[in-house]
Ligand binder design. Structure first.
Ligand code: NDP
Length: 257
C-alpha cells in the first residue's frame, strides 16, 4: 500500500479494458484511502461495471467516477475538466493510456480512415488530454505538481513491418513525452513514459477488426505479458516520492527480447 497516493485524484484514459482497466484496479488495491479514480473511455457501461467491481473489492475508501470520453474528439477533451463534478477537478495523476492499432498492412495499402483514427487517438488525443489537465498541475506551488504517465510502446522504439502508422504514432508519443519532460524540469510535475512490449488484451482484436482467431494467432507459441504486469509498473511509478522520476520504462516478455 502506498501512502503517497492517499487522497489523490487519478484520471485514466482507455480504462474500459486491458492495461487501463488493470491500472484502475491496481491503483484501488494499492491505495484504498480516499482515492478518487476517474475512469474514462467510450464504453460507459463497461466502465460502470469496473467501478462496481472495484467497490466490491476495496469498499468505499476508493471513489470511482465512470466518465464517457472519446479522446479523439477535441471538443469532448476540451470540455472534460469543466464537465466533471467540482469535487473531482483537483486532478493529481493523468494516465494517458487510450490507444489502438488498426490493420497490419504495408504502408501503401493502409486505409486513410485507419491512419486518421490511429493518429487522432494515440497522438492528438494524448496531447489534447495533457493540455486539458496541465493547467490544474501548473496552478500548484513551486511551478506546479502532478504526474503525467504516457503509455507508449516498444513499437515507438523498434518499428515492425506492417505497423508503420502505429509505430509512427508511438514514436510521436515518445518525442512529445521527452520534450514535455524537459519543458517541465524544475517543477514538481513528473512526465513518465511506460512502453509495453507484447501484452494480451483486446488490442489485438481491435487490430484485426474484431477477428478473434487472427488476434489469438498472434500469441501462438509465446507467452505475452498480462495487463496487470504493466499496471504494476504504472502504479509503482506514481507511488515514488516526489523527487524520483521513473522517466522511461520498457517492459516486454522474455521471448520478445
Ligand atoms: P485494449 O484494446 O484492451 O484497450 C484500449 C483502451 O483504449 C480501451 O479501453 C478503449 O476503450 C480505449 N480507447 C480506444 N480508442 C479510444 C478513444 N477514441 N477514446 C477513448 N478511449 C479509447 O488495449 P491495451 O490495453 O493493450 O492498450 C492500452 C495502451 O497500451 C494503448 O495505448 C496501446 O497502444 C498500448 N500498448 C499495448 C500493447 C499490447 O500488446 N497490448 C503493446 C504496447 C503498447 P473504448 O473502446 O471503450 O473507448
Amino acid at each position: 500500500m502506498s501512502k503517497r497516493l492517499e487522497g489523490k485524484t487519478i484520471v485514466i484514459t482507455g480504462a474500459s479494458s486491458g492495461i487501463g482497466r488493470s491500472t484502475a484496479i491496481e491503483f484501488a488495491r494499492t491505495s484504498p484511502k480516499n482515492l478518487r479514480l476517474i475512469l474514462t473511455a467510450r464504453r460507459i457501461d463497461t466502465l460502470k461495471q469496473i467501478a462496481e467491481e472495484i467497490k466490491k473489492e476495496v469498499g468505499e475508501g476508493v471513489k470511482v467516477l465512470p466518465f464517457k470520453l472519446d479522446v479523439s474528439s477535441p471538443d469532448e477533451v476540451r470540455n472534460f475538466v469543466g464537465n466533471l463534478p467540482e469535487e473531482w477537478r483537483e486532478i493529481d495523476v493523468l494516465v494517458n493510456n487510450a490507444g489502438l492499432v488498426k490493420g497490419v498492412d504495408k504502408a501503401p495499402e493502409i486505409k486513410e480512415e485507419d491512419i486518421n483514427v490511429m493518429f487522432a487517438t494515440n497522438v492528438t488525443g494524448l496531447i489534447n488530454m495533457t493540455q486539458a489537465i496541465l493547467p490544474i498541475f501548473k496552478k500548484r506551488a513551486d511551478g506546479g505538481a502532478g504526474d503525467i504517465i504516457n503509455v507508449g510502446s516498444i513499437a515507438g522504439r523498434e518499428p515492425y513491418q506492417g505497423g508503420s502508422i502505429y509505430c509512427a504514432t508511438k514514436a510521436a508519443v515518445r518525442s512529445f513525452t521527452d520534450s514535455l519532460r524537459r519543458e517541465l524540469i524544475a517543477t514538481r510535475i513528473r512526465v513518465i513514459e511506460v512502453d509495453p512490449g507484447q501484452v494480451e488484451t483486446e488490442f489485438s482484436i481491435v487490430r484485426f477488426y474484431g477477428d478473434k482467431s487472427k488476434a489469438e494467432a498472434v500469441y501462438a507459441g509465446c507467452e505475452p505479458l498480462t495487463p496487470d504486469d504493466i499496471a504494476e509498473v504504472i502504479v509503482f511509478a506514481a507511488g515514488r516520492r516526489e523527487n524520483v522520476v521513473l522517466a522511461d520504462t520498457l517492459i516486454f516478455p522474455n521471448h520478445q527480447a
